[in-house]
Design a protein. Sequence first.
Length: 264
Amino acid sequence: MNKETYFENIKTYKLLANKSLGQNFLINSSFAEKFVDLLELEDSDNVLEIGAGLGSLSYFLIEHNSHSTLIDVDERMLSYLQSQFGNKNNVEIKRENILKFDLTSYSKIIGNLPYYITSGIIEHILTNAVNAKKIVLMCQKEVYPKLLKDNISPLSLLLNYVCDISSPINVGRNNFTPVPHVDSVVFTLTPNENIKKPENKKLLKLMQQLFLHRRKTILNCLQTITKDKTAAEKVLNELNVSTVLRPEQLPIDFYIELFNFIKF
């Protein structure tokens, strides 16, 4: 089926969209092709598509000789994908929850992320996709700034420690069906060697615990872990960090040192 016909067909399936799963189907074939091109696919790549839906991105993935695994939680989507791509030797279609799915074997990852679990999916990728070379994600426009270095949070700290993040490509809401209430962006993550570190999951957990009360000082936040103010003061003194700073005023290097110091 040519791409014009394929994407016209997607428009007719808009009533299949499940609001509770945050489903909005990309109907602009030019955008879809461009996003897949950002993966820079090679024949040897093992590719994962998160939330494949009606196959807007899958259509262009299967044109490559690399192996692609398409996952979704919606049986209706999986049936559709099976009918379209099930006869392809380089495609595997699975019903899987991305938050419980093993990412270690994938070199490239792509996905249009549902808003309600966007942060959770990105966290899972950053702490599990240890062999990923390129990650291309689409999400609601308001999410992207929260991932940048100047918007300090546990997620942004970890992301910028293990990856480089590209500038966003804007995708207007009218490129989807049903039309969502907000625009989207696509961006690329290029992992560095830090993504392979096995302690990243625990490091993220430590930062999340310290950021629970982010308006408090780092001393008070650390005290929730040490259960002893004197012990918390001693740790910060050893690390040469002011006790009156707040968690968002401290760089990733501090949290790595802290993690190693207290053996969290």
